[in-house]
Design a binder for this molecule. Structure first.
Ligand code: HEC
Ligand code: HEC
Ligand code: HEC
Ligand code: HEC
Ligand code: HEC
Length: 725
């Protein structure tokens, strides 16, 4: 073992020398960079004293793991640091306005090696080796424990890394054991960086949750959690979906046994980066992953007095007002869509209405930036002046406004209306498309501008000197169609074949529609009833018990929302008779009782839910609240504690815990209360929201559970959509 480690160190010197040579630097042998224990906060990363240069080194891994290394080089993880021009523009702004030490927060996830070397506290110039390292092999493969907080809540190991003699089974085994420590195959590993929060530790006024792929996955059926409706989903983890096995070449030792290796591309939605990487497979895979992630349909058409029919059943007359919903259902993303940094993605809906002759009658505006007339799937956060913060300036985040991203397996409706012309050639053809671009055009402009400065040009040259691609944020971004539907309306519509999400059987379409309409405000939720009743009737006639049960569950939710728990329970019993006991039914019953303060029955139902999905922090939240309301403080406390182990910064759980400790009169209750209050939504939130509503159409509209958009005749729309830039 000793011999291998020594060799390892020698190879390391050689590598650093070669790299600096390639960069045209004239230093002698570089000093090895060590982390010796300086403060890493506000990042939550922790590490013993260790050799940072060793963590930076990936070429020796590449000698034996050629495929894995070549995937990784083209991944967002390898390009997460200052050579990534989108990130650099953003973090430089944060550092200029908030401070360099505060930017350790970003570095824990984006630049772990700059954090450990301490360089993040300084200027981070283009000649800094470590600014090109990204998230290396030995960051992930060196994590020996994780905590569920997020903000890089992992601990690195300092145990020596043995590079094996490929002829020695013992050495291979030791190597394998060392590099596959317990956290590696868990969602918690990914979650330590794919969950974030901002707060006073980075100089902001209040706590705000940020990225949370971990929590959104953990509370989805993919993680075995109990959702509010019946789904048939195969459980899968972050690695299962994002690191699928791919065929290995002969140069890849890890593929020796079965010819496959886990993909280290992590290809997802970064189409702007993928399009610039030399490996064309990467861009194709990014496109393939996005296509179909969300299903698009059009439903619930109302014209004149005829209500909530499917598009092909509608009867339209000239001069009438036509209202219909575009339905979006997250069918294959294991968390919210879009996930990750949900305030940054540009995902929008386009709608076009044509008459029978193909003449364009009305359109939603095309996706020009921050355009108030296009529905965008995004989280909106307000700054202190109540303006939507659209450039990811985390230091200016004051209060969350609304989240228009789609939870796993949930559906949303976006309502469109238009006036039909007097003379009308039927049937109408309606096209709805969901389009994706990685960054908003405004953010792209910011990154583009910063890449043209001396600093930007320096980093581009540095990237090339390191054998990397100099990513150019000014290039036009790919636009990907995630999903689409085409439907026909009015006389003659039934003869036309619908396309996309609209080509599904009527029952499925009605269930999507119902799921989406159940998000309406309580006084409007009855709109879901015609769709549910009809789906139920069709499923009964076709003798499809599973779909019938799905419809009954939605019917039960409707009764629950209308404050009729007995009716809701009766519907769940109907579903149970069809499919047997199912914790989803317990969850619906729990919610129905909780809504009318029947806490004892609610707690009993929620208990069954946590038994079925102990890793879903939202289930513990429900249970803790029910026990708390029963003044069963001991049980409330243990439920809250169980939830907080999974989601340590959740306001609801912290509240339940503080109240329980207060009632029990325990000494640490004051501290618990302080912690709860520190995680509460900011006091200014209602005020900021109301100002935003006055000043921004988007705040007024997108805050509504079902936002309403007016389609305009094409000429007007084109006039209004002139690109702001
Ligand atoms: C001298 C060749 C060699 C070098 C260098 C090397 N490995 Fe390996 N590695 C192997 C072999 C051989 C295996 C066992 C492959 C098998 O049997 O599937 C292995 C297995 C692994 C595994 C476990 C695979 C599994 O699921 O069981 C990991 C993780 C790994 N290596 C990471 C690394 C990293 C990170 C580096 C760089 C620090 C590295 N390796 C350097 C040869 C090497
Ligand atoms: C050390 C922190 C860290 C860890 C651990 C980590 N990630 Fe990431 N991940 C990031 C950062 C930072 C980015 C964004 C990089 C950028 O674009 O600047 C990212 C991006 C991604 C993306 C988007 C890629 C794209 O092309 O759109 C996926 C998918 C992803 N990670 C999955 C995972 C999975 C799965 C795991 C666990 C096996 C994981 N990550 C572990 C920090 C991390
Ligand atoms: C973002 C975290 C992350 C980074 C960075 C990373 N890996 Fe991995 N690696 C993983 C995870 C997670 C697994 C296990 C995947 C699974 O369970 O399918 C893995 C598996 C492997 C395996 C076993 C392959 C297999 O088929 O099971 C090897 C070998 C490996 N990694 C080598 C590397 C090398 C070499 C690098 C750098 C070039 C690297 N890894 C970078 C997270 C990472
Ligand atoms: C059931 C499969 C599945 C699981 C499980 C899953 N993801 Fe994803 N993920 C997707 C799909 C599909 C997308 C969206 C399409 C795309 O961008 O690839 C996505 C996108 C992403 C993105 C890019 C942001 C976006 O949504 O555009 C990140 C980052 C990510 N996932 C991280 C994770 C992490 C971390 C986990 C585990 C906590 C995880 N994913 C679990 C399927 C999955
Ligand atoms: C908890 C870990 C974490 C922290 C802390 C964090 N990020 Fe990120 N960041 C990520 C992940 C993960 C992604 C990729 C998500 C996705 O694909 O949507 C990302 C993506 C980004 C992107 C988009 C990059 C690209 O390639 O398009 C920017 C810009 C960014 N972060 C800036 C920052 C800044 C600035 C900070 C500090 C103020 C910061 N981040 C703090 C994890 C983190």
């Amino acid at each position: 073992m000793g011999a291998s480690t020594v060799l390892d160190d020698m190879a390391h010197w050689f590598f650093m020398g070669a790299l600096l040579g390639a960069m045209g630097c004239s230093y002698g042998a570089p000093e090895p960079v060590r982390f010796t224990g300086h403060d890493l906060s506000p990042s939550l990363m922790s590490a013993p004293s260790l050799d940072v240069s060793r963590l930076a080194k990936t070429d020796d891994c590449a000698d034996c793991h050629a495929d894995v290394a070549s995937h990784w080089r083209q991944s967002a993880h390898a390009n997460a640091s200052f050579d990534n021009p989108w990130y650099r523009a953003s973090v430089d702004q944060f550092r200029a306005e908030r401070g360099k030490e505060e930017s350790r927060f970003c570095a824990g996830c984006h630049d772990p090696l700059l954090l450990l070397s301490g360089d993040i506290d300084g200027g981070v110039k283009a000649d800094n080796e470590l600014a090109y390292a990204g998230i290396t092999c030995l960051v992930c493969h060196n994590i020996d424990s994780t905590r569920s907080d997020g903000n890089a809540s992992f601990t690195l190991s300092d145990a020596p890394i043995l590079l094996p003699d490929p002829a020695s089974p013992e050495e291979i085994e030791a190597h394998r054991t060392r590099l596959t420590m317990q956290p590696l195959r868990t969602a918690a590993l990914c979650g330590s960086c794919h969950r974030s929060f901002s707060g006073t530790a980075i100089g902001n006024d209040n706590h705000l949750p940020g990225i949370d792929d971990l929590g959104d996955w953990a509370s989805s059926a993919y993680a075995g959690a109990i959702q509010g409706h019946l789904t048939s989903v195969e459980e899968n983890s972050c690695q299962g979906c994002h690191m699928r096995p791919v065929a290995a070449s002969d140069a890849e030792m890890a593929g020796a046994s079965d010819g496959m290796v886990s993909s280290h591309r992590w290809t997802a939605s970064h189409t702007a980066m993928a399009a610039q990487l030399p490996d064309v497979k990467h861009a194709q895979q990014a496109k393939d992953e996005l296509e179909g992630a969300v299903l698009v349909d059009v439903g619930a058409v109302r014209a004149g007095l005829r209500r909530y029919v499917l598009p092909h059943e509608s009867r339209l007359r000239g001069g009438e007002r036509l209202v219909f919903d575009v339905l979006l259902e997250n069918v294959s993303t294991g968390h919210r869509f879009p996930g990750g940094v949900r305030d940054m993605h540009d995902v929008w809906v386009e709608v076009e209405v044509r008459d029978a002759a193909g003449k364009l009658l009305a359109v939603s505006l095309p996706g020009a930036d921050d355009n108030d007339d296009v529905f965008v799937l995004r989280t909106t956060v307000l700054d202190a002046a109540a303006n939507p913060e659209i450039l990811h300036q985390v230091h200016r985040f004051s209060a969350p406004a609304f989240d228009r991203t789609l939870p796993a397996h949930d559906a949303q409706a976006v309502r469109y209306s238009m006036h039909l012309p007097r003379k009308l050639a039927l049937p109408l053809q309606v096209d709805a498309r969901l389009l994706h671009r990685k960054h908003s055009l405004l953010f792209q402009a910011l990154a583009c501008e910063s890449s043209r400065t001396e600093r930007g040009i320096g980093f581009a040259a540095g990237a090339e000197a390191h054998g990397k691609v100099a990513l150019d944020p000014c290039l036009e971004q790919p636009v990907t169609e995630i999903g689409a539907a085409r439907v026909w309306m009015g006389r003659g519509a039934a003869e036309q074949a619908p396309v996309g999400g609209a080509a599904r059987p009527a029952i499925e379409r009605l269930l999507t529609q119902a799921l989406a309409l159940l998000h309406a405000k309580q006084e409007h939720v009855h709109m879901a009833k015609p769709s549910i009743d009809r789906a139920l009737r069709l499923a009964r006639e076709a003798e499809l018990p599973v779909l019938q049960a799905q419809a009954l569950v939605l019917r039960a939710r409707l009764s629950s929302m209308q404050g009729r728990p007995n009716e809701a329970v009766a519907f769940t019993q109907g579903a149970e008779a069809l499919i047997g006991p199912n914790p989803v039914l317990d969850r619906i019953r729990g919610n129905a009782y909780a809504r009318v303060w029947r806490w004892k029955q609610a707690a009993e139902a929620y208990r069954l839910v946590v038994d079925a999905s102990p890793f879903d922090w939202r289930a513990w939240q429900d249970l803790a609240r029910a026990y708390g309301s029963l003044s069963d403080d001991e049980n409330a406390l243990s439920a809250a504690d169980a939830g907080l182990r999974l989601a340590p910064h959740d306001e609801g759980l912290l509240r339940s815990r503080a109240l329980a400790l207060g009632s029990l009169g325990w000494p640490d209750s004051a501290l618990a209360k302080e912690r709860w209050l520190a995680h509460r939504a900011p006091d200014a939130q209602p005020q900021l929201l109301s100002v935003c509503e006055k000043e921004h159409q988007r705040c007024r509209r997108d805050r509504q559970p079902i936002p309403h958009y007016t389609l305009l005749p094409p000429r007007k729309a084109i006039h209004a959509s002139v690109d702001p830039g």
